[in-house]
Design a protein around this ligand. Sequence first.
Ligand code: ADP
Length: 178
Amino acid sequence: REDGAGAGQSRFRLTLVRGDITEQHVDAVVNAANSSLLGGGGVDGAIHRRGGPAILAECRALRASRYGRGLPTGQAVATTGGNLPARWVIHTVGPVFSAGEDRSALLADCHRNSLRVADELGARSVAFPAVSTGVYGWPLDDAALIALRAVSQTPTSVELLSFVLFDDRALTVFRQAA
Ligand code: ADP
């Protein structure tokens, strides 16, 4: 756990922690979802497993209404947290890494839009995973810089913002980036 890294113009406290996003006692956890909103592997699978069927039911309702074609990359939408300790899940769709095309603006959008949704919910504490760094293949060091820059440049009412990294290597990379 490492506190107090520079948070730029935002006033939140930044925490980098090694752990499981599904175990975080925060107002909202961010899900590294895919655009179907209907579940997947990695963070997404863990959130739906631990959070139970209520989250999936809400995701299906979102697909039947606002997001008939799925949630576009870079956007974010909330459901309740089901059985998770967190009250809400903010689902965001990271871009798949591409060596030939710079998609970093979309990865920054995920963080900006997740914080906007957190503000709309009135969430004071939010935990992010390392979006796009798993199945979507984004190099961890680059993703960490983009994520940390995006959150530090986004005005928000969130007071406690954490990145929850799944292993020691990811934690070390985020610490260096911070
Ligand atoms: P994406 O499809 O956006 O790449 P993934 O869920 O595959 O998302 O992976 C994102 C990151 O989250 C990876 O670094 C992975 O190691 C990590 N991760 C996987 N499961 C968890 C979990 N339960 N809590 C926190 N981080 C996790």
